[in-house]
Each structure stands twice: as structure tokens, then as C-alpha cells.
Design a protein around this ligand. Sequence first.
Ligand code: GLV
Ligand code: MG
Length: 312
Amino acid sequence: MRARRSCLAVPGSNPRFLEKAQGLGADEVFLDLEDSVAPGAKEEARRNVVAALREGDWTGKTVVVRVNDLTTQWTYRDVVEVVEGAGDRLDCLMLPKVRDASHVVWLDTLLGQIERAVGLPEGGIGVEAQIEDARGLVEIDGIARSSPRLETLVFGPADFMASIGMRTLVVGEQPPGYDEGDAYHYILMRILMAARAYGLQAVDGPYLQIRDLDGFRRSARRSAALGFDGKWVLHPSQVEAANEVFSPSQEDYDHAELILDAYEYYTTVEKRGAVMLGDEMIDEASRKMALVVAARGRAAGLARTSAFTPPA
Ligand code: GLV
Ligand code: MG
């Protein structure tokens, strides 16, 4: 799985941002041809994006381009120009406003044709699908199993809130009047279930109040707590916060590694399945939970600060 704790949106129409993004510590960068680019600037943005992919240094990042959605006149040319021009520099295309599996199948087929035509490895370019309206959410299981290229389901809160008529203009915050619980809980959980059922990553969308870092962290912590892999970031200040929130804490990471070592020792040396680790009972399911946290910690570059010592 590619790293996607922080997924930085960069408007394709802004060469200065395309340059600057290369030096930031985001796990993923997506060069946008869709809603951050004005209709009159779409074609120039394509050229900027291809040039930035060809000439830029994107080492260490998951590199993605977001094309326009399938109701527009731009999508097919976005795909053709970007993949023909810089397909060898690209990890994934992001398809916005996916409403059913046929959208992803269309992109899969077109990508296959271009890969064959230009000699790229077939199936090499992955797909990220944005779930941005009620229809996409209702069809999400079909979308999640629509193509082996699919890597990630991405929540698009702004479009989604518009689609369902949620009564707020503040993206990512709770709508006024909804005083209990989290108005996004069902949507986030539904996306997460479909993603995990089909072995995909789940990524939360943007928090638009870019000066409110506490608000960003609050919103990020909610989806991270559920199990999401990462969140969009719109500003350099959000990058570090996302990387931190979507990595396990040092304490949790150490604890996960300890569970793995202890479980290994007790099941193999002592041949016992359910054992006590301090005050905690651990068994095979504990091992599975620890594996998730340990994998995320290792991917985030954490190092252990404690070790398991077998009983004397
Ligand atoms: C992102 O695309 C959103 O609509 O929130
Ligand atoms: Mg959107």
C-alpha cells in the first residue's frame, strides 16, 4: 500500500504551487485538473501538469493527477494528455464524482488502451475514486469492486454536503443544529466498510478553514480514529498535522510491537493461545490489531523504544 496520510491538493493552473509542492512532506500529491481549476484554464492546466510531472522531482511521494468528472467534456483529453505525456511519472489517476462502477470501468479501459499504445506496463496506473454524492455512496460496493486498478476510496465532503442538502457552508465542521454525535459518521463508516471489504485504502477529504489548525486536527482525528488511512491537505500547515494524526503514537506503536513479540513467544515457546501481558489478556485477535498499528508505525518511520523480555 502506498503512503497516503497527507494528500496534498495542488491546482494544476498554478505553476508556483506545482513547484512548491515538491518540497513539502506530504505522502501524496495530487495535481488537480478539476474543481480548483477554472473552466477557461483547463487546457493550460493539463500542459502545466504534464510539464511538472516530467521536469519536477517528486521522489518519495505518491503522485496522482485528478482529472475532471465524467459529465464534463474534458475527462477523456485529461486522461489521454496526462498519461501519454507523463504516464511513466504517475502512480494513479483520481476520478471525481464517481456515481457507479461504470465510471471506473470506463477509466480502466481507457488507461489500458493508452498503456498499450505507449508501451507502459499494463495495469500499472492505479485509480482513486472520489465518493461525492448520495448516489456514489449508495453504489459504493459496486464501485469498490469495479477494477483491480482501484487503490483508494476518497470522501469528497464539499460536493457531498451539497448533494444531500446538509445545512452548512463550512466543509468538515458539524452543521449548526446537529448538537449530538458526528454528522459525517455514517458516510465515513460506509466508505470505510466498502474500502476494507475490498482491500482498499480509505481517505478523508478536505477541511477548508485552512487557518484553523485545531479544527483540522479535530476533523482528522475523527476519521483517523475510525481507521482511515489519511486526509486531504490544502495548505503546507496541514501537512505535518495530518502525518502526525494518521500515524500511531509512540506509545501505541511500542505497545503493538510488544504484543507481537509476547504473542509469538507464548504461542511458540509455551504453546499457549490466550495469555496475560501485564494486566491485559491477549490472543490471536489482539495480534491482528497489533499488526495494523505496527505496520502503520513502521511505515511512518517510528522506532521501538522498548523490548519484550520473556519471563525468567
Ligand atoms: C472534494 O472534492 C470535495 O468535494 O470535498
Ligand atoms: Mg469535490
